[in-house]
Design a protein. Structure first.
Lengths: 317, 326, 289
């Protein structure tokens, strides 16, 4: 399979009065055409910033992004204008991501209008097609977002993202704000669309059960850095990094007969402002030693399974 | 554990009125809670879970909400008929509620310690020093060093704030704790810490708890009994084991089907089709009829009763009743 | 559901707002009064029984009678005629000044809010300095430079209002800017101008519109107080505020001179405020139908 997106040593720092905030710190990954990369982590780990930096909604501080083997960082915006049509985003909160003063129809039509490639009739045909694709009934086409429920709103958000026929979509917590039964409808829709249109996703979420279900590969982030990256089943079956292990053991399982030993991380997430070199989990990690305060290398422990932990060989017996 | 139930909700009906429309928020809900037990109220947004909890504490908005019928017995007294004054002592001393968003439950301009000790002083006859000492103890109990008594809410992270809120709720040793999605706003690892802590405190202080949540994983972990809410009524009720091992109501089955299986592969999810009915315009017959794969003509005509399905397990579905009889 | 059936038809934001406005009794009452006032502004001079400057020294301080429906003033001028003719000055000046300050202030506020950073600092500090000059002093300075007159008054009042509108719009823009639909538009390659015109302004403008309708009311009062200190519109013109201050000295013995323009001012302010209130509710898309 061809690669659709690659990021190399991507960094995004934000200036704060207390020093640079390392929101995304040296992240490298690639996504194959038609596959899904899950990005997991807790609030403040930089996963949303990563998604927005990929789409260049934030200017990256350093690093390179390649889309279809073409570098899109550092070049003139107009040069990759067309490529940008192929990269879209679906947001978490469909209430705040839809303009409250625009009707469903206008929201879906807007990207087409901006693109200026179609005339009115073509646009109308396209909007109708999009509404059918995501399952929005015609009778709500002139409704306003506040008149819809969460599930329908998210369908509108998806239709808008699909309007320019993108090949790659960043899904930023697209189901986190929805009820369980609606959540499943949207996940199924996203997976059907992937199959039909050969889409590639970067699926950002804090919900591990969802990410396992939808992703081919999963990347775990902690305070702006990748701590572990592996194919989905491998990551869940054989987690290595202490953070991944703790994260997996923390999920409440809807089964009354399973009683797992939980790995509890001490304390809370530390500040990403001006972090010390070395492993950022060290302060909370039960395996931490002196070596953890030196910069960590990411190593491939088995095919496609990468871990960033200096004690990986001792712990992975 | 005393066998008599010390909280009993019977046939509760609550309605909201807005713009001349009547919203049927809670329709004929009944359940009971024993001492030291935890009941999980499960359901989706708008199922009436929070309204039930607020009705128990009588903190519904006065104008819009109306308790149409029902009784709530708390230690033998009907909470819906006692005076407001008496209710206030119950609210402070014997029961407490934890809300989803810890940010709004704390006053940003007051030291957290002072907020906790204020709750203690309000409901106990003790000196200021004693109040402060007990507040520090409570902070320690929820895993926050007592020295942080003088810190302000913004100096705490989300998880810590929720701990402070819990400390505040538990400060007066309530016998009944209502928690409304207490961990939804928290990260998983922090959620795990808070849930562990709540479980420990519950056994230590013998508190009974009503846990409102939409997360079946949390229910499996902390609850003893479960009530599944749908469109303002309880559609399935029983012990955790009964419900998780043998869910019977099509809605409950649908909820389980909507969850990605952590141990299984990428089989397609089986969501519940459609949406919850409009609470201003509930259908005749079963409220779940439009989304139910088994709905028959009878479901559209008659509203089902709660049928016994063995043990403490009850289901509001005509099919299950038939199966049990057959 | 009823809600959805309605949405099968295309309803523009404008028609939704009108529909909601029409259901608001207060706003409608305000609108009717506003229309009446508008008619007076446009055709007032043809409706007057006398000319506004016609002085009749035989009939000074007359009580309302068949000849003079609202009586006459200290120079024997017909009060009704003056009121009808004067409406245009009060209204044109206050509406004009409000539009002036809202447009200039709005542009400044939108730019400051949208671009933020240095631009924001520069614009806002400038407004700080400029707003620290008392409005009355500014008006006096302007009338010294341009001489007093209708347009000077309009300009003076307009300039003093800029800061307020800039701040309102800036705060709104900052809030709207944080919404994800702005990012969504940017992901669809929308330019700054498109985002500002299509998303930011429509969502940020309603407090400005409301404060404009209210501003018209306070503008009329401001003109009156300017006239009071001898600035503003030349006194021979029958501006309502000037009429009010003329009548002040005779209030005890002859209240009609104060009562008539006073009622007109109150009625106009009330009409604009009622309408503004209704408009605010109608403009909020999240409020229930």
């Amino acid at each position: 399979m061809r690669e659709i997106l690659r990021a190399e040593h991507l960094k995004k720092y934000f200036a704060t009065p207390f020093g640079p905030l390392h929101a995304v710190d040296d992240v490298t990954f690639s996504i194959k055409e038609g596959s899904t990369l899950g990005v997991v982590g807790e609030s403040g780990c930089g996963k949303s910033t990563l998604g927005r930096t990929i789409l260049q909604l934030h200017e990256p501080t350093d690093g390179k992004i390649f889309f279809r083997e073409q570098e899109i960082t550092g070049c003139n915006k107009s040069e990759w204008k067309d490529l940008r049509d192929e990269m879209q985003i679906i947001f978490q909160d469909p209430m705040s991501s839809l303009d409250p003063r625009m009707a469903v129809w206008d929201i879906i039509e807007e990207p087409l209008k901006i693109q200026k490639k179609m005339d009115k009739a073509q646009r109308a045909a396209k909007v109708k097609e999009l509404m059918d694709t995501v399952g929005i009934a015609r009778r709500i086409q002139y409704s306003y977002p506040h008149e819809l429920d969460g599930g329908r709103r998210q369908r509108v958000g998806i239709a808008r993202a699909l309007a320019l026929d993108p090949k790659f979509i960043v899904c930023d917590e697209p189901v986190s704000a929805l009820d369980v039964s609606i959540q499943a409808q949207i996940i199924n829709l996203l997976m059907d669309l992937q199959k039909e249109k050969g889409l590639s996703y970067m699926f950002i979420t804090h919900d591990l059960s969802v990410v396992k279900y939808i992703s081919n590969e999963i990347m775990v982030m902690y305070l702006g850095q990748v701590v572990e990256k592996a194919p989905s089943d491998e990551l869940f079956g054989n987690p290595i990094h202490p953070y991944t292990k703790a994260l997996l053991s923390a999920i409440p399982v809807p089964d009354v007969h399973i009683h797992r030993e939980r790995i509890v991380l001490k304390g809370e997430i530390t500040s990403p402002v001006n972090p010390k070199p070395g492993c950022r989990l060290a302060a909370r990690c039960q395996y931490a030693t002196e070596r953890c305060s030196t910069p960590q290398q990411i190593v491939e422990v088995s095919p496609n399974h990468f871990v960033s932990c200096c004690r990986v060989n001792e712990l992975w017996q | 554990m005393a066998e008599t139930s010390f909280l009993e909700v019977k046939n509760l009906v609550v309605e909201y009125t807005s713009d001349k429309q009547v919203i049927h928020a809670v329709n004929n809900a009944s359940f009971s809670l024993k001492r030291g037990e935890t009941l999980g109220l499960v359901g989706e947004t708008g199922a009436g879970k929070t309204t039930i909890a607020k009705t128990i504490l009588r903190i519904l908005p006065d104008k819009a909400a109306k308790i149409k019928a029902g009784e709530i017995f708390f230690e033998g007294e009907d909470l819906l008929s006692i005076s407001e004054e008496k209710m206030r002592t119950i609210r402070g001393n014997e029961s407490a509620m934890i809300f989803q968003d810890p940010m709004t439950a704390l006053n940003p301009t007051m030291k957290v310690g002072v907020q906790i000790s204020e709750a203690i002083l309000l409901h106990n006859n003790c000196s200021k020093q004693e109040g402060k000492k007990r507040a520090e103890e409570m902070l320690e109990k929820v895993g926050i060093p007592g020295q942080r008594f003088n810190d302000y809410p913004h100096q705490f992270s989300g998880g810590m704030k929720q701990r402070v809120v819990i400390a505040m709720a538990l400060a007066c040793n309530p016998v009944l704790l209502l928690s409304d999605e207490p961990t939804t706003a928290l990260d998983v690892t922090i959620q795990a810490q808070v849930l562990d802590m709540m479980k420990d405190l519950k056994t230590e202080m013998e508190t009974s708890m009503i846990m409102i949540t939409h997360d079946l994983g949390i229910v499996a972990e902390v609850c003893d009994t479960v009530a599944v809410c749908y469109a303002g009524e309880i559609v399935e009720y029983g012990s955790v084991v009964e419900i998780f091992d043998q869910p019977m109501h099509p809605y409950t089955i649908g909820l389980f089907g909507s969850l990605p299986d952590m141990n299984g592969g990428r089989a397609r999810l089986t969501p519940i089709k459609g949406m919850m009915p409009d609470p201003t315009n509930l259908p005749k017959g079963c409220f779940f009829q439009d989304r139910c794969p088994y709905a028959s003509d009878e479901c559209r005509k008659k509203h089902p009763d709660l049928n016994n399905a063995g043990g403490t397990h009850t289901v509001r579905c005509i099919r299950k009743g038939d199966e049990q009889n057959a | 559901m009823k809600k959805e059936e309605k949405s099968e038809k295309r309803r523009s934001q404008f028609s939704i707002v009108l529909e909601r406005l029409a259901r608001n009794k207060g706003a409608m009452a305000g609108l009717i009064i506003m229309i009446l006032i508008l008619i007076v502004v446009l055709f007032g001079e043809h409706m007057t029984p006398y000319s506004y400057f016609h002085q009749d020294y035989m009939a000074m301080f007359e009580f309302p009678s068949k000849d003079h429906l609202l009586g006459t003033d200290s120079l024997g001028r017909d009060i009704l005629s003056r009121l009808l003719y004067g409406a245009r000055f009060s209204l044109i000046v206050s509406v004009g000044s409000v539009i002036f300050s809202a447009v200039i202030g709005g542009i400044l506020g939108a730019i400051a809010g949208y671009y933020g950073g240095v631009v924001d600092t520069v614009v806002m500090r400038f407004l700080d300095v400029y707003q620290s000059i008392p409005g009355l002093v500014l008006c006096m300075a302007l009338s010294v430079v341009f001489g007093s007159g209708v347009y000077t008054t309009m300009l003076a009042l307009g300039i003093t209002g800029i800061g307020g509108y800039a701040r309102i719009l800036r705060a709104q823009v900052l809030q709207v800017k944080g919404n994800e639909y702005i990012e969504a538009a940017r992901a669809a390659k929308a330019g700054d101008l498109h985002i500002i015109l299509k998303h930011i302004i429509p969502n940020a403008i309603s407090p400005v519109i409301v404060s404009m309708t209210m501003g018209v009311g306070s503008g009329i009062i401001a003109i009156a107080s300017l006239g009071f200190v001898g600035l503003g519109i030349p006194t021979h013109l029958p501006e309502w505020g000037a009429m009010l201050s003329d009548g002040r000295s005779y209030m005890g013995t002859y209240p009609y001179m104060v009562l008539a323009p006073g009622c007109c001012i109150i009625l106009t302010v009330l009409a604009f405020n009622l309408f503004g209130d209704g408009l605010r509710d109608a403009l909020d898309p999240r409020l229930k139908d």
